[in-house]
Write a protein that binds this ligand. Structure first.
Ligand SMILES: Cc1cc2nc3c(=O)[nH]c(=O)nc-3n(C[C@H](O)[C@H](O)[C@H](O)COP(=O)(O)OP(=O)(O)OC[C@H]3O[C@@H](n4cnc5c(N)ncnc54)[C@H](O)[C@@H]3O)c2cc1C
Length: 462
């Protein structure tokens, strides 16, 4: 207790006291994130708002002095308990005041940003220069650049454009002892030594603290159009994904909603969706205006051959936004079915996708659970969203058994337990199911090299 008081007093001395939160109520808020875990693990000792790199370094020095963990926090929207204290307290480092877009360089097609910049705001700003930053987790309206780098976020457009890791060219990182590490360069290519950019993508704040990022941009596609294709069976919808891919055309997105997801969205956020259908694919095409017509023709042909029973397409921005709003509302809608909701993120090689989707449905039926399935199926990725009442112990038990079976099925189908949401505190125990023990051992050694005293977001990933 005395040590905690000394830590708080030092934090207030080094930052302004209005940037340090310490009341029980304030700390309680930061013991939660969008993972919606059943049990709160631990309260942080303090929440600190940093305004620049020097302040981050000061906090790291104090964390070392008091042997207290540091847990970085963007918007707290990760769904795996990655930014809440686990097993111990610690200092929450809040980046909402480090939210400047430092530079958009049209010539080099790069941008330099602070970690607290909101992803959706950044995309809009970049687009003003005719450029494009593709990573688009469904909650891009609130999630931050720092959080999305640390989780290696993907989103609907990763089918064509890749994930966050593909856009990082340099990071300014504060290491566990408070020094500054630069991971890359301002150049678009870099074959000079190990690729530390990729190492930090998805590191969940366990290797270092991102204080600035330089990101690659690409030209903004001239035109875009989205289709919602409905099917009378889940299998037909999922098999259509591979039929599209086999034609070697490249939509920006091939996303999926099952009947429960369609009906739940329509119930709470009416969007004119066809609720009698078993599944839908949300397919976006983009690129040069002259190429769109050809892509549309080929895709419509494939959809018809695969028995799509209805196709809605966007003829203007209003229609485009209606379809995307519906797809992006699925978790919010699902949350209205029961007091709690969780989402997951499993991914398999595309040829095993149908088996995964049908298998997850069967597992949830066996355990009498509702599941709304959405996913970026172009990548082979599925998000089973399960509404649940944590106060119902029997339901919770069934839920845990179902989750374990879903991971086993994913592993049997040669898949992996996260394509974009990360591991956090939520899936630590599952790692050996899908990661080779030698690889795990190397990962642990990397963690030790960067953070020998285990002060950076401990008890996450491993
Ligand atoms: C409704 C909903 C839909 C979603 N859809 C998608 C989706 O389609 N695709 C997808 O990939 N994800 C999706 N997510 C997950 C979420 O968007 C990402 O995990 C998100 O990008 C995290 O950003 P954040 O700012 O909220 O980070 P936080 O949740 O605050 O933090 C995430 C991690 O980053 C670390 N961190 C934060 N800032 C820093 C920093 N400066 N330095 C080092 N580490 C840092 C934290 O410690 C934590 O480990 C969704 C989440 C929700 C709630």
């Amino acid at each position: 207790m005395l040590m905690k008081n000394r830590l708080l007093s030092d934090l207030k001395k080094n930052l302004s006291s209005s940037n340090v939160l310490e009341t029980l109520e304030e700390r309680y808020v930061y013991a939660q994130d969008a993972s919606n875990r059943k049990h709160m693990e631990n309260l942080p000792d303090a929440v600190v708002f940093v305004e620049n790199t020097e302040q981050v370094q000061k906090v790291v020095k104090l964390a070392n002095k008091y042997k207290t963990p540091i847990i970085c926090r963007g918007a707290g929207t990760n769904v795996v308990g990655a930014c809440i204290p686990a097993k111990t307290g610690g200092i929450i480092l809040n980046f909402s005041k480090m939210n400047k877009i430092i530079e958009i360089n049209s010539e080099n097609m790069t941008a330099k940003v602070e970690p607290g910049v909101i992803l959706g705001d950044f995309q809009k700003e970049v687009e003003k220069s005719g450029l494009f930053y593709p990573p688009d987790p469904s909650n891009l309206a609130v999630s931050t650049i720092g959080g999305s780098i640390a989780q290696n976020s993907g989103g609907a457009k990763s089918f064509k454009y890749g994930t966050t890791k593909d856009y990082i060219i340099d990071l300014k990182v504060i290491t566990a002892d408070g020094t500054i590490l630069k991971t890359g360069s301002n150049t678009i290519k870099n074959a000079t030594g190990y690729n530390l950019n990729t190492l930090f993508a998805g590191s969940e704040g366990t290797l270092g603290i991102i204080a600035e990022a330089t990101l690659k941009l690409i030209p903004k596609p001239q035109e875009k159009k989205v289709f919602m294709a409905y099917f009378d069976t889940v299998k037909e919808a999922v098999l259509t994904v591979n039929s599209i891919i086999e034609q070697r055309i490249f939509p920006a997105t091939i996303d999926f909603m099952d009947k429960n997801a369609i009906q739940t969205v329509e119930k709470f956020y009416p969007a004119n969706l066809l609720t009698d259908k078993e599944a839908a694919l949300v397919i976006e095409i983009d690129g040069l205006a002259c190429a769109l017509e050809y892509q549309e023709k080929v895709i419509t042909e494939i959809l018809k051959q695969n028995n799509a029973s209805d196709i809605q397409s966007s003829h203007d921005d209003k229609e485009y936004n209606r379809i995307w709003k519906a797809r992006r509302s699925s978790m919010g809608a699902c949350a209205k079915l029961k007091p709690n909701v969780t989402t997951d993120d499993v991914i398999v090689p595309r040829e095993n996708l149908a088996e995964l989707v049908l298998g997850i449905r069967k597992i949830c039926e066996k355990y009498n659970l509702i599941v709304c399935m959405v996913g970026h199926v172009g990548d082979g990725s599925i998000h089973p969203q399960i509404p649940i009442d944590y106060n119902n112990e029997d339901e919770y038990k069934r839920y845990k058994l179902a989750k374990s079976e879903i991971y086993n099925l994913t592993a049997e189908l040669n898949g992996i337990i996260s394509g974009e949401h990360g591991i956090g505190a939520e899936k630590r125990e599952q790692l050996p199911k899908v990661i080779n023990s030698v690889a795990l051992d190397y990962m642990r050694q990397i963690k030790k090299t960067f953070d020998p005293n285990n002060i950076l977001n401990p008890y996450k990933i491993f």
